[in-house]
Design a protein around this ligand. Structure first.
Ligand SMILES: [Zn+2]
Length: 521
């Protein structure tokens, strides 16, 4: 470990703890290759636009990646695009989502997937999500998938039916351990009778043979007849190709924990001839909920990023909204809670604009440079400066590191950012340089977004700037042990309908109903 001269002991050397779905426990992260992390994320099935629930998964992955880079790791990030093989049910039943959508749209699956892939990338860009190091799509890897399936067959992990080549889940050890289900009494909605000859409900297609006399829109020749790959095959194959037989982290939505990743693991075990899943840490983000239901294309709750923009929301307000909760918690979505997030982000942007005026051109420029050098995933300059010795104006780096190290505690990081922005004791230039650090870690682009870019309806009542002024005054009163003045300010704000809440991370405020005035008017 390199020696540092930081004045804060252990700065940025704190271990990163991540929640591993395999075993369901917080674990200290240890990369396989020192200083280098290999990360795979299941991407979108491009038969439609991404809905904002899908996008939560990529915001989570981006936060993970930023945290890894913040902690000094180099990250090789691979994300796939599913353009074939994903059936309308996760259990091989129904029809291929691509083919179905293609018939509806009267466009070829190829045109469709190209269109929705571009739209998906546009959404990621608007949310300030860093593009992966490698994009890969299923249909570009048919040859590798055939080779992989052949190995599974040669080793006796599969059996052939009229409808295709199936993986025999009884052949691998601990099938279903990721989902906490025992393979033997697995009943997760998979119906054995739906596919004649299937030996076990959990068995799944590795290759789906086209029915006799029927030509699929997307099909390829194979040793098992013309057809298309099973959905799970692509991720085993592409992660192996780009990241090797054993890599660090695999991410996806929590639904993948039940079927898709369980089957990827079974295939990896067969291919590697090992009990290992091939991955050290499996991480899953929880659902975005909409009126108590998970947001999904099938339930009809379908909101795109574009639909939010049309309603006057800034894409970064959605990013801010998701950061308010741990990625492992279900998050209730409503327009009013997104509105509150937009107000919160706007408040921060206005705070930065005021600091910019206070600090002057040179300091502002320095802070912006800090993030510019690091754009595109290169956080090294900032790391280097921190390791050289802690500049006094980066004094929040350590507390930010502490929050991120605890399984990506973004609510805490946001609270720290908020109290940083209301800190009147710290010189403006120092606050800005700390904001630069937060921009790297949270991706909110506070230094490159103007408050005017957000449409926020000014709330009636006392203006936010006055609230902030009074809060700052109260803070310094408390620091000077002038509790009488501090309490006066609290009462004054309450009369104006503003309730203060003191938390370990700082003071927050919210608008409440004004108490009735005592003079009877
Ligand atoms: Zn996948």
């Amino acid at each position: 470990m390199s020696k540092t001269t930081n004045s804060v002991p252990g700065l940025l050397q704190r271990p990163l703890r991540l929640f591993n779905s395999m075993g369901r426990a917080l674990e200290q992260f240890q990369p396989i290759i020192s200083g280098f992390v290999r990360l795979y994320s299941c991407g979108l099935t491009v038969y439609n636009y991404a809905h904002i629930g899908n996008l939560r998964a990529y915001l989570f992955t981006d936060t993970l990646r930023r945290a890894l880079q913040f902690k000094g790791y180099e990250v090789l990030h691979v994300m796939n695009i599913t353009d074939v093989g994903h059936m309308t049910s996760d259990q091989d039943e129904g029809e291929d989502k691509m083919e179905l959508a293609s018939a509806k749209a009267e466009k070829s699956p190829w045109e469709l997937s190209e269109f929705y892939t571009q739209e998906f990338r546009k959404d990621l860009h608007r949310l300030n999500i860093m593009p992966p190091s490698v994009w890969c799509k299923a249909t570009d890897h048919i040859v590798e998938m055939l080779d992989f399936a052949k190995v599974l067959e040669d080793r006796g992990y599969t059996y052939l039916l009229d409808s295709g080549l199936y993986f025999d889940t009884s052949k691998v050890k601990d099938y279903g351990r990721l989902a906490l289900i025992d393979g033997k009494d697995l009943q997760v909605g998979a119906r054995i009778e739906a596919i004649p000859g299937k030996r076990h409900p959990a068995d799944f297609a590795v290759w789906r043979r086209s029915p006799p006399g029927k030509k699929r829109l997307m099909e390829w020749d194979s040793p098992w007849g013309p057809g298309a790959p099973g959905w799970h095959l692509e991720c085993s194959v592409m992660s192996l190709k780009y990241l090797g037989r054993h890599f660090d982290i695999h991410t996806g939505g929590v639904d993948h924990r039940q079927v898709h990743h369980v089957n990827e693991i079974a295939q990896n075990q067969g291919f590697l001839n090992s009990d290992s899943s091939g991955v050290n840490v499996w991480m899953h983000n929880e659902f975005l909920m909409f009126e108590e239901e998970k947001m999904s294309k099938s339930t009809g709750h379908f909101l795109r990023l574009e639909s939010l923009i049309e309603r006057g929301f800034h894409p970064l307000s959605y990013r801010y909204f998701t950061l308010q909760a741990s990625y492992r918690k279900q998050l209730q979505f409503s327009m009013s809670s997104l509105g509150a997030a937009q107000t919160g982000l706007h408040r921060m942007l206005r705070g930065v604009a005021q600091l910019r005026e206070k600090a002057g051109h040179q300091d502002w420029y320095r802070a912006v440079e800090e993030t510019r050098f690091s754009r595109g995933g290169n956080f090294r300059l900032v790391r280097h400066r921190l390791e050289e010795g802690l500049p006094p104006d980066f004094n929040l780096a350590d507390t930010l590191d502490e929050a991120l190290s605890e399984d990506l505690n973004t609510p805490r990081a946001l609270a720290l950012l908020s109290s940083l922005l209301s800190d009147t004791a710290m010189p403006a230039a120092a606050v800005l340089r700390n904001v630069a650090l937060f921009d790297l870690a949270l991706g909110l682009n506070l230094l490159s977004t103007a408050p005017e870019e957000l449409l926020v309806q000014e709330e009636p009542g006392i203006p936010v700037t006055d609230i902030e002024k009074l809060m700052a005054e109260r803070k310094s009163a408390r620091q000077n042990r002038d509790y009488r003045r501090a309490d006066e300010i609290r009462q004054e704000l309450l009369k104006a309908g503003i309730q203060l809440k003191d938390t370990p991370e700082g003071t927050t405020w919210e608008r409440v109903a004004k108490p009735p005035s005592g003079d009877g008017k």
